[in-house]
Design a protein around this ligand. Structure first.
Ligand code: AP5
Length: 210
């Protein structure tokens, strides 16, 4: 299965993607996580991406597409992939069709996790990540266990002004993908992302089982 998780920054794509990956036994391809790791490791990719990420802008399509092409060709992706944070522009979605088509595959489902802006801002300000495992927490709704709490960190792009810019970029560049997939005949499974994490997961699973 090739499943795309769409939604604004902080809608819960990463959280739900991790649960789905475990349940479906296929990897999650999160371009944001890959880029953040490259930044941490100081690689060429990381150096190229950092300025865009810190400003809340999108990393150029050619950088992202090189990355995705390589990952989709790997044996780990043979049974399918959960896309978290990709595609993010119409150009990326068109390129994904070509890449998957060349591999004899295609997109099976698109899930849109719906969350209003005011909730997004609350979520971003409380989000914390474990730098050792990449696990994502929230100081109120999903707190880290006591042994992990001292080492969690806040993302640079979770500052309020950068979050606002990321929301604008989402509306401009990524939200048009909803129409793109509808026109392509793929139904968009809209899920209320304001529910508790487990409920959101249950709703996604129900929709996918139909
Ligand atoms: P990326 O890492 O993809 O960021 P994003 O899309 O902005 O999404 P987030 O990771 O912020 O949020 P999420 O929806 O995964 O929510 P999460 O589960 O963490 O991208 C970062 C940057 O990298 C981009 O700005 C861009 O520069 C670059 N980039 C990445 N991909 C790119 C691409 N394809 N093209 C170009 N550039 C790219 O949840 C958020 C918080 O809420 C957490 O604290 C969580 O615990 C909590 N939470 C989750 N669900 C719930 C719930 N149901 N109830 C209460 N709390 C919840």
């Amino acid at each position: 299965m090739h499943l795309i998780l769409l939604g604004a920054p902080g809608a819960g794509k990463g959280t739900q993607g991790a649960l789905l990956a475990e349940r479906l036994g296929i990897p999650k391809l999160a371009t944001g996580d890959i880029l953040r790791e490259a930044v941490r490791n100081g690689t060429e990719l990381g150096r190229e991406a950092k300025q865009f990420m810190d400003a809340g802008e999108l990393v150029p399509d050619h950088v992202i597409l090189g990355l995705v092409r390589e990952l989709l060709a790997s044996p780990a992706a043979e049974q399918g992939v959960i896309f978290d944070g990709f595609p993010r522009t119409i150009a990326q979605a068109e390129a994904l069709e070509t890449i998957l088509g060349d591999l004899g595959r295609g997109v099976d489902a698109v899930v849109l996790i719906d969350v209003p802006d005011r909730t997004i801002v609350q979520r971003m300000s409380g989000r914390r990540t474990d730098p050792e495992t990449g696990e994502v927490y929230h100081i109120v709704s999903n707190p880290p266990p006591p042994e992990i709490a001292p080492r969690v960190i806040q993302r640079v792009d979770d500052r309020e002004d950068t979050v606002q810019r990321r929301l604008d970029v989402y509306r401009q560049s990524t939200a048009p993908l909803i129409g793109f997939y509808e026109r392509a005949g793929l139904p968009i499974e809209r899920v209320d992302g304001t529910q508790e994490i487990e409920r959101v997961q249950a709703e996604i699973s129900r929709r996918l089982a139909r």
